[in-house]
Design a protein around this ligand. Structure first.
Ligand code: C2O
Ligand code: CU
Ligand code: CU
Length: 532
């Protein structure tokens, strides 16, 4: 494989020295005009939560650290990364599952109703904080960037797991640095189980496989390279040359001739996957961001935007031993980032570092190796869970939904023309505790020529909530699974979506943003306030 050292061309190369340099001067933050000088505030917030609450009885108590580490990704030099590590202080040792050889953090497993205490210690050079993506937790536990802590400090999380069974995840959320820190390796799965899920009769244990999809670029010495295209690539979002599954560039899954549950997370900074089976068998989707759907649904392909999860059920009973079915990503039009002009400059035509794997190109995602003949398989359950009624008329604003426009203004990504300000909440971002609302997200898109800069997908995410999709409009694409509970919805250029979201409990300040992490870092993120 041909790998180039891009360090002399303005990119960020991940080694210890550069870690310090890049974070210290806020390379990315400087570009976005936003790096968090919020130490005073953070220290206060941290101090407030330092003391474990004696009235809180944790079922699971863990110590989680983010620290520099190195992992063997390719032959030769190990790769310098940042990595979450954890130990169980109280609770079942099975609550943490490490992924050997991976930079990914341990998979945290919990049951609905569990009380969780996590003491997070930041040992990376730079401010950080952990966000529990998809979990419904109090605002002070949500990992808002105003709660960042500097290196050497700790933040105490205590919350009850209120979510249904499902595949959630955790990652850093310091404003202006989220893309950089996630890219450096900081991410992990948070899997919730409940009784309903156990009763559903799905493949479990070794037949329940978590799969984190990410893309990365490496230099000739196996070190991570971030944003080699500089400012212009920052605008579109990082797209890597190499697909990694669970942190492994050469991942394959050995299976028996039976059914499996595959839990997919798109943990990439900005890459979108259009997933399909290479041999055209239909995808059987059983779950989305917020857990199992009511019943399975079949698709020829599905989109998976950054931050989104999808659960597949697949049966290899009819696959001969020795066969290698593959999950692939199909080609699609990803807008401005798709043909990769950004690495060569706007007018460049090719450029010095043409992307080898542009967003929207076709590539294999997961190679499966059918290894062993077994007789018994588990059939696909026809009923998976109770998802709940959707009653849009219960919304207080049913006839005048809130509208949020995701677009570009003055060469910056904005929501309703605004960019992120740490404590800023506009009038149209304040909701009442106890209410249910209809929100509409618009990807304005639709421009041509230089205005084509606006043609990018935006995966729109809400913190602290799972919502229901009511309908999509505009330039509607196929390949979405909108049936179940969602916390992130992918919007292609020109597309919009109506969602129903309840604010029954937990007042406070939460985020909503584009989950293209470079867009987010650039400020395509805002607060919303749940006011009591
Ligand atoms: Cu994965 Cu602010 O979110
Ligand atoms: Cu989130
Ligand atoms: Cu975006």
């Amino acid at each position: 494989m041909q790998l180039h050292n891009r360090t002399r061309h303005g990119s960020i190369r991940f080694n210890r020295r550069q870690f310090l340099k890049a974070v210290g001067v806020g390379t990315i933050g400087a570009m976005s005009g936003a790096v968090g000088p919020f130490l005073g505030r953070a220290a206060t917030a941290a101090a407030q939560t330092q003391q474990a609450n004696s009235g809180f009885a944790p079922d699971l108590d863990i110590h989680l650290t983010a620290a520099p580490d190195e992992v063997p990704i390719f032959p030769g030099s190990p790769t310098q990364v940042w990595r979450y590590k954890a130990e169980v202080l109280k609770g079942s040792a099975n609550s943490l599952t490490g992924i050997p050889g991976s930079y990914l953090g341990p998979i945290i497993k919990a049951n609905k109703g569990d009380n969780i205490r996590i003491r997070f210690t930041n040992q990376i050079p730079g401010n950080s904080i952990i966000h529990w993506h998809g979990l419904h937790v109090p605002a002070v536990m949500d990992g808002h960037p105003r709660h960042v802590i500097p290196k050497g400090e700790s933040y105490l999380y205590e919350f009850e797991v209120k979510n249904r069974a499902g595949t959630y995840w955790y990652h850093p959320h310091p404003h202006g640095q989220t893309g950089y820190q996630v890219y450096g390796g900081l991410a992990g799965l948070f899997i919730v189980s409940d009784e309903e899920e156990k009763a559903a009769g799905l493949p479990a244990g070794e037949y329940d496989i978590p799969l984190v999809l990410q893309d990365r670029s490496f230099d000739g010495d196996n070190q991570l390279v971030y944003l080699p295209g500089g400012r212009m690539e920052f605008m579109t979002g990082f797209i890597g040359d190499q697909i990694l599954v669970n942190g492994n560039p050469d991942f394959s899954l050995a299976v028996s001739t039976r059914s499996y549950r595959l839990r997919l997370l798109n943990g990439s900074n900005s890459r979108i996957y259009k997933l399909a089976w290479q041999d055209n068998r239909p995808l059987t989707v059983i779950g989305t961001d917020g857990g199992l759907m009511e019943k399975p649904t079949q698709r020829r392909y599905v989109y998976l935007g950054p931050g989104e999860r999808l659960e597949l059920w697949v049966d290899f009973s009819d696959d001969p031993v020795g066969s290698e079915p593959a999950l692939i990503s199909l080609a699609f039009d990803a807008g401005i980032g798709s043909n990769g002009p950004m690495r060569g400059g706007m007018m460049g035509g090719g450029g010095r570092y043409p992307q080898r794997l542009p967003n929207g190109s076709e590539f294999p995602v997961l190679r499966i190796k059918v290894r062993r003949r077994v007789e018994a398989s588990q059939p696909l359950p026809q009923r998976l869970s109770y998802v709940g009624q959707v009653s849009p008329k219960t919304a207080v604003n049913y006839y005048s939904p809130r509208q949020f426009y995701f677009s570009m203004g003055h060469m910056r990504w904005t929501i309703n023309g605004r960019t992120f300000q740490m404590d800023d909440v506009a009038n149209d971002e304040i909701v009442r505790l106890g209410s249910t609302e209809v929100w509409e997200f618009y990807n304005t898109g639709g421009g041509t020529g230089m205005m084509g800069m606006m043609n990018m997908p935006h995966p729109v995410h809400m913190h602290g909530k799972q919502f229901r999709v009511l309908e999509r409009g505009g330039v509607v694409h196929a390949g979405y699974v909108d049936e179940g509970w969602k916390d992130t919805v992918l919007l292609m250029p020109g597309e919009h979506v109506r969602i129903l979201v309840g604010f029954d409990d937990y007042p406070g300040l939460y985020l909503y943003h584009c989950h293209n992490l470079e867009h987010e870092d650039m400020g395509m993120m805002r607060n919303y306030l749940v006011r009591a």
